[in-house]
Design a protein around this ligand. Structure first.
Ligand code: SF4
Length: 318
């Protein structure tokens, strides 16, 4: 550390700064850069070795160091009790329901058949136990009652949720029943890598009233296969594309440009326009029931957040 880094007055630690307990970090292959996803602030950003070093020496660096503010703005360091703040945030979220609906994201498993290098979920094992499934159903009922909701939206997430189709099949009718008992509309989405889709899986999704399938790709062909690869290696693109042919109305496909965007800012690979053009050349995103959404990243971080208009207050009694 050079002399300008040394503190005069309080150190960052003395001023209360500490590393966030909600950071998930991954080194970007072939670079010295690190991606950190702060799950509390929901900010994903790329960090230089100097920024990482500053995070490690908060007890030596001045609280006024210029990087402190930058790191704080992205949530990777904090000067407050995050657990207390998180609990407060949860209470406030429960106290202000989005108009009309309750959305619940469910991970039936954190296991995955892919090992994308930027993913925190690749070491997950097991699947949701029956006891937790009971809790999920009870939670959905409480949320709907408390919000006096008119709609229940379930998002199946992971890991790879299609590695636990038995959980989806067991939970869906129970959640549908909870919704319909209260006169609520039911809708379900799934975020899947698309590799395990088959006709029998599509039939299962239809039985479970999953009508939106969200499949991320990291590019076309070998560009995708460089990062979205099978556990132990192996390409995935062609099979995903073949499987897309199984998705017909009422299922709608959404193919976002999501995770790759984090790495793309470092690697300056294909632009959004060229990727969309390549996909369109292959013809399969032009189907009227399909939607292609692209997250265009012009900064080196983005915030995964989509605040809903909170207008109605209610209270939960747990
Ligand atoms: S497919 Fe999704 S869950 Fe699986 S390793 Fe890749 S990013 Fe992670």
């Amino acid at each position: 550390m050079n002399s300008s880094d040394r503190h005069q007055g309080r150190t960052a630690t003395e001023a209360g700064w500490h590393i966030s307990r909600y950071n998930i970090a991954a080194r970007i292959p072939g670079t010295k850069m690190t991606v950190i996803f702060n799950t509390y602030r929901r900010i994903c950003a790329v960090y230089t070795p100097i920024e990482l070093h500053i995070m490690r020496v908060l007890d030596e660096v001045s609280e006024n160091h210029p990087l402190i503010g930058r790191l704080a703005s992205r949530g990777v360091i904090a000067n407050y009790d995050e657990r207390e703040a998180f609990a407060l945030q949860r209470t406030l979220s429960c106290a202000h329901a989005p108009v009309g609906g309750v959305s619940i994201t469910i991970c039936p498993t954190l296991a995955c058949n892919f090992e994308c290098p930027y993913c925190f979920a690749t070491r997950g094992r097991g699947k949701m136990t029956p006891e937790v499934q009971d809790d999920v159903v009870a939670f959905a009922a409480r949320m709907l009652d408390a919000a006096n909701a008119k709609e229940l939206t379930i998002t199946w997430f992971g890991g790879e949720p299609l590695m636990a189709t038995d959980v989806i099949e067991a939970l869906s009718p129970r959640l549908i029943e909870v919704a319909e008992e209260r006169g609520c509309k039911y809708e379900a989405w799934i975020f899947t890598n698309g590799h395990l889709l088959s006709q029998s899986v599509v039939d299962l999704l239809l039985r479970c009233r999953v009508t939106y399938v969200h499949i991320p790709l990291d590019g076309v062909g070998v560009t995708n296969d460089a990062t979205r690869r099978l556990v132990g290696g192996g390409p995935t693109y062609q099979r995903i594309v073949d499987n897309l042919g199984l998705l017909k109305p009422p299922i709608k496909t959404l193919m976002p440009k999501s995770s790759r965007g984090i790495l793309q800012t470092c690697e300056s690979s294909a632009s959004s326009t060229s990727m969309q053009e390549q996909l369109e050349t292959e013809g399969w995103i032009l189907r009227p029931e399909s939607t292609f959404s692209f997250r265009d990243l012009t900064d080196d971080y983005f915030q995964i957040t989509n605040p809903a208009p909170w207008t109605k207050a209610f209270r939960l009694d747990f």
